[in-house]
Design a protein. Structure first.
Length: 393
């Protein structure tokens, strides 16, 4: 600038030349250069600001203005570099990032929320429906490692239309990396809980009745299906399953209710129909219980107490409003007295399941697995016959 002013002065005083044109030309040149480097300068200073007060850090998952997920890979003086879910690289100038509205899913806490909406039939009581959906969501969250009681899933109703009642589920996932897997897991749990209760999402339809309308059952129960899903009863014929199903007792529990308690005597097993229960074990015998698992609809527990009268090995408590069906020793004894050979199949199936769960921990090869299964089955059969006082074939 000083040299330019000196040169202009010399031209004006010595050579008596007008410098107005030179000054005008230099101004235009300055404007051109300024416009040319404006974005570079803006990117540079924006990069400095982003590094001094960063709204995100390397490795964070954020959502951009176009609702696109992106993972921060690098922040340099000119641009921020991202990678999306499809492993594509996105390069966005810092000047744009400094003015963009973004959502950071990693800070200050990593867990985030996802939602699910679907319709169910009017005839399904809303309270029951919301209990089932919440139980399914909690089971999914537990499987994802979310056990914080402050992160309870939320279920509500958002619309009522000619299709049905529209339910809204608000659930948590541990972080954005679990977005796809978590969504599949929770959705699967919801479908399973509804399926086990005989409920399915509705869709637009028209119904034409040619006879007197009969209201559908509000609670679709099928104890027979619960029994057939338990592999230990595979040896029984349909008539025996049907007879047992009719004798099963329905039991309802509220959150916190204890269904069975560790160490107590028992002679029955339970089949989950609706809800979710916690499996708690006191490993040291000091009254301090540790949660080790959850059991949902379609599953069962307590079979060893039913078959052998052994004390309960765990405490089972309801996590949400829960409905179970109880099968007692007296009910099963009627079948075993008529066909004692069923005990052989039951002992073999239970032994295979019990030993297979221990095989990995014990590092058993196929021969050892077969030997342990045979030994366990023989011992279990002896206990069953003694407990039910039945003879062999």
């Amino acid at each position: 600038m000083i040299m330019f002013s000196a040169a202009a002065g010399i031209m004006s005083s010595v050579f008596e030349k007008s410098v107005s044109g030179l000054i005008a030309a230099s101004g235009v040149a300055g404007l051109v250069i300024g416009f040319a480097v404006k974005e570079v300068i803006s990117d540079f200073f924006s990069g400095i600001i982003l590094n001094i007060s960063p709204p995100y850090q390397i490795g964070d998952w954020i959502k951009l203005e176009n609702d696109e997920w992106a993972k921060v890979m690098e922040v340099n003086w000119r641009a921020t570099i991202f990678e999306d879910f499809y492993c594509n690289t996105l390069i966005i100038p810092n000047s744009k990032m400094s003015t963009m509205t973004i959502r950071n899913f990693e800070r200050p806490k990593k867990h985030t929320v996802q939602t699910l909406e679907f319709y169910l039939d009017f005839e399904l009581p809303t309270e029951r429906a919301m209990n089932m959906i919440k139980a399914a969501a909690k089971e999914g969250q537990y499987a994802l490692g979310i056990t914080d009681k402050s992160l309870e899933p939320i279920v509500g109703i958002t619309d009522i239309s000619q299709i049905g009642v529209k339910y809204f589920l608000y659930y948590y996932i541990p972080d954005v990396n679990a977005w796809i897997a978590g969504k599949a897991l929770v959705f699967g749990k919801v479908v399973n809980h509804l399926f086990q209760a005989g409920v399915r999402p509705v869709y637009p339809r028209h119904e034409i009745f040619t006879s007197e309308f009969k209201a559908l059952s509000l609670r679709v129960r099928n104890q027979r299906d619960l029994l057939t899903r338990a592999d230990m009863f595979l040896a029984m014929i349909p008539e025996e399953i049907e007879d047992l199903a009719k004798k099963m007792k329905e039991c309802t529990f509220q959150p916190g209710d204890v269904i069975v308690r560790q160490g107590e005597e028992g002679s029955s097993m339970f089949f989950m129909f609706e809800g979710l229960v916690n499996v708690l074990i006191d490993f040291k015998g000091e009254g301090e219980q540790t949660k080790v698992a959850n059991i949902g609809p379609g599953q069962f527990f307590g079979e060893m107490s039913l078959l052998t009268g052994e004390p309960r090995t765990a405490t089972i408590s309801a996590d949400v409003p829960t409905i179970v069906y109880e099968l007692s020793k007296a009910d099963l004894k009627v079948v075993l007295e008529k066909r004692p050979e069923c005990a052989d199949t039951i002992s073999q199936i239970v032994a295979e399941r019990q030993i297979s769960t221990q095989a990995a921990a014990k590092n058993l090869d196929s021969r050892q697995l077969e030997q342990e299964t045979r030994s366990f089955a023989a011992d279990l059969l002896k206990k069953i016959k003694g407990f039910f006082r039945i003879g062999g074939r």
